[in-house]
Ligand binder design. Structure first.
Ligand SMILES: C[S@@+](CC[C@H](N)C(=O)[O-])C[C@H]1O[C@@H](n2cnc3c(N)ncnc32)[C@H](O)[C@@H]1O
Length: 693
């Protein structure tokens, strides 16, 4: 990375890293690898000046800070033959130090020497920021008390750029590596280079569209080496850091000229390299000038790769952020006004259960523990580091603790919810113990008035899937993808029901088909049918992974409406449709066995489902396996959810692990038979769609 950065500094600014006034900063130096490599790389004659004045680094954790100090001074001594204290390493949280945003760091708690170093660094003009900032995109467990904290100044800058430009609703851009990109972009001089090795999700994820637009606007050239290894995203090649997320090296060049041309993006990936070792060898052996880069032209939605040419942009938008936010009806330009992600609890083991009484017991315990902590806190004014670990703490819950809000169990909060495809669970639906409810309160008002919501899987993993439901649903319905949705109705604060299909949408469709008899319910059904159409899904496969769906106008509107209506009736009423006539085989228990061991396995070659040691369901129609929802078919979702698994939460595992398949066996058999009917009939309708051409 250092050699490549040097190449780019020369190419763009006619200088070398070794030259005077090229100041280099590693903002998350860890044990100092980049700085020691830099010392090794720079020529001896310029090193003393660079070392004393123009190489800087920061570290927030005490142990790596000391190690970095030792490593850097040792490397310098080895090369120069003299020991020299390295005075340009700061023990500081880089992201707090945002003097460029007008916010000075609170330096009270720092040593005099460290404070002087930070001030000195802040006065320097930095031309190169190089590093390996933390790659975790998501926040960590609140119980560990090491969760990524908030950074008001840097997060404000993110809000005004990466988030502002994003069309995604879930703008998860306040993660550590985005913060470091934001910080570095602002910290750099007008002319400078950012060289980071980070999480690679910014290259392709939908949520990063705003990020891509911002860097496109703020830099003049970008080089990306995509090292793959996105294990979670299904990439089976090795990961250079042995982590689950993909990794990329980026070089971004900032160049302030009067007549700036649009940013040029160069992309290179390494699919041919299968192992982490070959990738590491590639990084260390390759010169940037020799790497084969593809010049990428961003599309209008700021997609950089996997852009597919089709007419998606010309279709009718089903939802968009603008329509959701506008106050005036005449500004609405999408078929549905409101859309929402599903409920995020951050403590599923606590707040979901197949048993109403177990959820009651769990939540009684939970609130007792919470209130006991609350009282302890009032009495002793203790810090949250001594909070009991017996319950799962989250940011929202800690807020309630700070506010001294007594939480009381309310039986009415226990509701039936759509947890996974065709699997309902009781949910303790309450804003204090559900981390995010998004717009769900506007979809299901206080009394949980009836509504119908088209939920669908949103993200790059697995295929596009959808189910309509009349229940509150989880963000993880289609795990590992997120669950997005648009409801038929929405409710205002007073509980007044409002059509969620806009007048604009109705007018577009009535005008297109020249039929004023078309209703909003027809549109709801039509949408549901179209989104099931295999031809639609394959044509727009890539679009559906990163954009909100759009609606084509198909011939014979009414036929699609009817298909949508039939599918909706099947899917909403899946618990009451006629059970499919599967053959049930029961064999006697072995002599010494008290209860059969649960298996819950599908055997697709034998068209059977093995429930436990003694019971098998046979003659599953082949077509039923084809009704896929993400990575599993409908029947497999049920089998997966009713397995006996050890809860991840230690308290739940110890005190409330009451689920036994045997208690639900008959219920599961009944459900499987009914969902078998749903699967067969759904696939029959989908086949009719395919055959209609
Ligand atoms: C992935 S490691 C960097 C590894 C580094 N290249 C090395 O040679 O060890 C990221 C480092 O950044 C540090 N870090 C994380 N957040 C930071 C922050 N806000 N300010 C400064 N350092 C930070 C971590 O403590 C960690 O040591």
């Amino acid at each position: 990375m250092i050699e490549s950065t040097d190449f780019l500094v020369h190419k763009h600014f006619g200088k070398l890293l070794a030259d005077k006034d090229v100041e280099i900063l590693d903002p998350a130096t860890g044990t100092g690898t980049f700085i020691t490599e830099l010392i090794d790389y720079l020529p001896k004659q310029s090193l003393e000046h660079k070392y004393k004045h123009e190489i800087h680094c920061n570290e927030v954790a005490i142990l790596p800070y000391y190690i970095a100090n030792l490593n850097i001074e040792y490397t310098y001594k080895q090369k120069m033959g003299v020991y020299e204290e390295f005075e340009n390493i700061c023990f500081v949280d880089t992201l707090d130090n945002t003097s460029f945003a007008g916010k000075q760091l609170d330096l009270f708690a720092m040593s005099v020497e460290n404070t002087a170093r930070i001030k000195r660094q802040n006065d320097r003009t930095i031309s190169v920021i190089i590093g390996n900032p933390p790659y975790n995109a998501n926040q960590q467990n609140e119980n560990d008390n090491n969760k990524n904290r908030s950074y008001p100044a840097i997060d404000k800058l993110i809000k005004e750029s990466y988030v502002k430009y994003s069309t995604a609703q879930k703008t998860k851009r306040y993660d550590m590596y985005s913060r470091f990109f934001r910080w570095a972009t602002n910290r750099l001089n007008e002319n400078g280079i950012l060289a980071f090795i980070t999480n690679s999700s910014f290259i392709h994820s939908k949520e990063a569209d705003g990020f891509r637009k911002a860097v496109f606007d703020e830099f003049s050239e970008i080089y990306i080496i995509d090292l793959g290894g996105d294990i979670r995203g299904g990439d089976k090649t090795g990961n250079v850091f042995n982590v689950q997320v993909g990794i990329a090296i980026s070089f971004m060049i900032k160049k302030e000229t009067n007549n700036r041309l649009p940013c040029k993006i160069f992309y290179s990936s390494t699919p041919q390299l299968k192992t982490a070792d070959t990738k590491l060898k590639f990084i260390s052996d390759s010169k940037l000038s020799e790497i084969c880069f593809e010049h990428i032209i961003s599309d209008i939605n700021h997609n950089w790769i996997k852009i597919k040419e089709n007419d998606f942009e010309d279709l009718l938008p089903l939802v968009n952020k603008e329509t959701k936010l506008v106050k005036h009806l005449d500004e609405e330009k999408a078929v549905f006004k409101l859309f929402s992600l599903g409920v995020v609890t951050n403590r599923d083991d606590w707040v979901y259960d197949f048993s109403e009484s177990n959820i009651f017991d769990k939540m009684s315990f939970f609130f007792d523990e919470f209130n006991a902590e609350r009282i302890k806190l009032i009495k002793s004014n203790i810090s949250d580091y001594s909070l009991s670990n017996s319950i799962k703490w989250t940011r929202e819950l800690k807020k309630q603790l700070q506010k001294d809000n007594k939480l009381i169990l309310n039986k009415e909060c226990i509701i039936n919810s759509f947890y996974r495809p065709y699997v309902k669970k009781y949910l303790y639906y309450n804003k204090y113990v559900n981390e995010m409810q998004y717009q769900i309160p506007s979809i299901f008002h206080k009394n949980h008035d009836r509504n119908q919501v088209i939920t669908y899987s949103f993200g790059k993993r697995g295929n596009f899937s959808l189910i309509v439901t009349d229940c509150i649903f989880s963000l993880d319905t289609y795990l590992p993808n997120a669950t997005q949705s648009f409801p038929l109705y929405r409710y205002d604060k007073e509980g007044k029901r409002i059509d969620n299909i806009t007048d604009w949408g109705l007018k577009q469709i009535q005008t297109h088909y020249q039929d004023i008899a078309i209703t909003k319910i027809d549109i709801f059904h039509y949408t549901y049918a179209v989104l099931h159409n295999p031809a639609y899904r394959s044509k727009y496969e890539l679009n559906l992974k990163r954009e909100f769906p759009r609606l084509p106008y198909y011939e014979n509107f009414q036929k699609w409406v009817n298909w949508g209506k039939q599918l909706m009736e099947l899917h909403i009423n899946y618990e009451t449709v006629t059970p499919y006539n599967l053959t049930r085989l029961d064999i006697p228990l072995k002599d010494n066995q008290k209860t059969p061991k649960p298996k819950l396995k599908a055997d697709k070659t034998k068209n059977s489902i093995i429930l436990d040691d003694v019971t098998t369901l046979e003659n599953i129609p082949k077509i039923a396996w084809e009704y896929m929802l993400g990575n599993r078919c409908a029947l497999e979702w049920i089998l997966d959810q009713y397995k006996e698994k050890k809860p991840k939460d230690p308290t739940i595992a110890e005190k409330f692990n009451t689920y036994r398949f045997a208690d639900y066996k008959e219920q599961v058999i009944d459900l499987l038979m009914r969902v078998c009917t749903v699967s067969v009939e759904t696939m029959n309708i989908i086949r009719e769609m395919s055959e209609s051409g």
